[in-house]
Design a protein around this ligand. Structure first.
Ligand SMILES: *Cc1c(COP(=O)(O)O)cnc(C)c1O
Length: 380
C-alpha cells in the first residue's frame, strides 16, 4: 500500500531513521553511543546536562517509591498528585504568572491548548517557521489561520488592524527550533496589546536557556501580562519530561475545562513532576550553568562564523550550518560522524533549506568544540 511512497523517500534521500543509543557512562548532553561508535553529541536539547544530574534522578526515584509509576487516570479523575500541584505552583512563580497548568508534552500542549483558546470565527496569526505542533494546533482549532512571514511584525500589524470581530491570537516560537533565531517578543507583545490580541509564546527552547532560564519574556525585559500565554517544556533544558502553560487564572481555567490533551489523556507520572521540580531548583540556584552554556555557544558560533559558513541568523545555542544540497549535507554529516561527532543532517520537509543542525550544551568541553571546528574547516 505504501511501497511507492517509501521508494520515493528512499530515492530522494529523505528516508528518516530512528537511531537509538546504547548505554554509556556519559551524560547524553556530552556523548552518545550509536552504531558502535562513541561520539560527541551535538544533537541534544539537554542544554544544561540536567537529565543525568543526581538531584533529578533521586527526586524521581523517591517519588516512585511513594506513588508508583503510572498515574492511572487523567488529571481530572485521580491521576494528579501533590507533586503535580507543587510543580504548577513553582512554575507559575518561576514564570511570574498567576497560574500554570501541566501538560504531558510540548506536542500535546500546542496541539490541544491552541484549539481550546481559539475556534471558528476567531483569527490565529502564526509565524511561517513555527513548530509542527503549533501548525497542528492551528489546524485542529478550526479558527481562520493566517501565516505571516518569519518574524515580520509589519505583517502581524496589517492582519490585526484589518480584523474587528472574534478573538485574535498571535502564536510564535520564541527560539525557532531549526534556525536558532529569536522572535522579537517585546515588539510583538506591544502590537498584540494595542490590537487587543492574545500572544501565545512557545518557549520550548528558551526555558532554562534565555533570561537566566526564565524564558523569552525575561530575556527581553518584558513583564508577564494578562494578554500573554507562555508555553514551555520540561523536556529540553530542564532535562525532564512534560510541558507547562503559564498564564492568567482565567486562561488556565478555560484550559482545564476545554483542553482535550488534558482531559482525555492520562496524567504525567508523578516521577516526571518530581524531576521537573528538582530541575527548576537547579536552574534557579546555579546561574553558572547557563553562563557555561552561553560561553560554549559563543565559542562554537564565532568559530563557525570565522570559517565563513552561514548560520541562518542563529542567536541561541541552536546553530544550523548551511552545507549545500541534500546530498552534500548528508555527506558532511557522515564525515562528522566518522570523525566522532554526532550532528545529523536536517532535510526537507522539516526545513526548506538543508542544514547540519548543531546544538551547544553546558556539558561540552572547549576541546570538543575546537576539534569539531577543525573538522568543519574541511567543509567550508
Ligand atoms: C520540542 C518542541 C516542542 C515539543 O515538545 P515535547 O515536549 O518534546 O513534545 C514544541 N515546540 C517546540 C518549538 C519544540 O522545539
Amino acid at each position: 500500500m505504501y511501497k511507492k511512497e517509501l521508494k520515493n523517500l528512499k530515492e530522494s534521500m529523505l528516508m528518516r531513521q530512528i537511531r537509538d543509543r546504547k548505554f554509556i557512562k556519559e551524560p547524553i548532553a556530552h556523548k552518545i553511543r550509536i552504531n558502535g561508535a562513541e561520539l560527541v553529541n551535538f544533537a541534544s536539547n539537554d542544554y544544561l546536562g540536567l537529565s543525568s544530574r543526581p538531584e533529578l534522578v533521586n527526586a524521581a526515584e523517591a517519588s516512585l517509591h511513594l506513588y508508583g509509576f503510572g498515574a492511572g487516570s487523567s488529571r481530572l479523575l485521580s491521576g494528579g498528585t501533590e507533586l503535580h500541584a507543587e510543580l504548577e505552583e513553582k512554575t507559575a512563580a518561576f514564570k511570574g504568572t498567576e497560574a500554570a497548568l501541566l501538560l504531558n508534552s510540548g506536542y500535546t500542549a500546542n496541539s490541544s491548548a491552541i484549539p481550546a483558546l481559539a475556534g471558528s470565527g476567531d483569527l490565529i496569526l502564526s509565524d511561517e517557521l513555527n513548530h509542527a505542533s503549533i501548525i497542528d494546533g492551528c489546524r485542529l482549532s478550526r479558527a481562520e489561520t493566517a501565516i505571516y512571514r518569519h518574524c515580520d511584525t509589519e505583517e502581524i500589524e496589517k492582519f490585526l488592524s484589518s480584523r474587528s470581530s472574534g478573538r485574535k491570537i498571535v502564536v510564535t516560537d520564541s527560539v525557532f527550533s531549526m534556525n536558532g533565531d529569536i522572535a522579537p517578543i517585546d515588539r510583538i507583545s506591544k502590537i498584540c496589546m494595542h490590537y487587543g490580541a492574545l500572544l501565545y509564546i512557545d518557549d520550548a527552547h528558551a526555558t532554562g536557556v534565555l533570561g537566566r532560564g526564565r524564558g523569552s519574556l525575561a530575556h527581553f525585559g518584558t513583564a508577564p501580562a494578562e494578554h500573554i500565554i507562555q508555553m514551555g517544556t520540561y523536556s529540553k533544558a530542564l532535562g525532564s519530561f512534560g510541558a507547562y502553560i503559564a498564564a492568567s487564572k482565567e486562561i488556565i481555567t478555560i484550559l482545564i475545562n476545554k483542553c482535550r490533551g488534558l482531559i482525555f489523556s492520562t496524567a504525567l507520572p508523578a516521577c516526571a513532576a518530581a524531576a521537573s521540580i528538582a530541575a527548576l531548583k537547579i536552574v534557579e540556584q546555579e546561574g553558572s550553568l547557563i553562563e557555561k552554556l552561553w560561553l560554549n555557544r559563543q565559542r562554537l558560533f564565532s568559530g563557525i562564523e570565522k570559517l565563513g559558513l552561514s548560520t541562518f541568523n542563529s542567536s541561541s545555542p541552536i546553530i544550523p550550518v548551511k552545507t549545500g544540497n541534500i546530498e552534500q549535507t548528508s555527506a558532511h554529516s557522515k564525515l562528522l560522524f566518522s570523525r566522532g561527532f554526532y550532528a545529523p543532517a536536517i532535510r526537507p520537509p522539516s526545513v526548506s533549506v538543508p542544514r547540519i543542525r548543531l546544538t551547544a550544551t553546558a556539558s561540552h568541553t572547549e576541546e570538543d568544540i575546537d576539534s569539531l571546528l577543525s573538522t568543519l574547516r574541511e567543509i567550508s
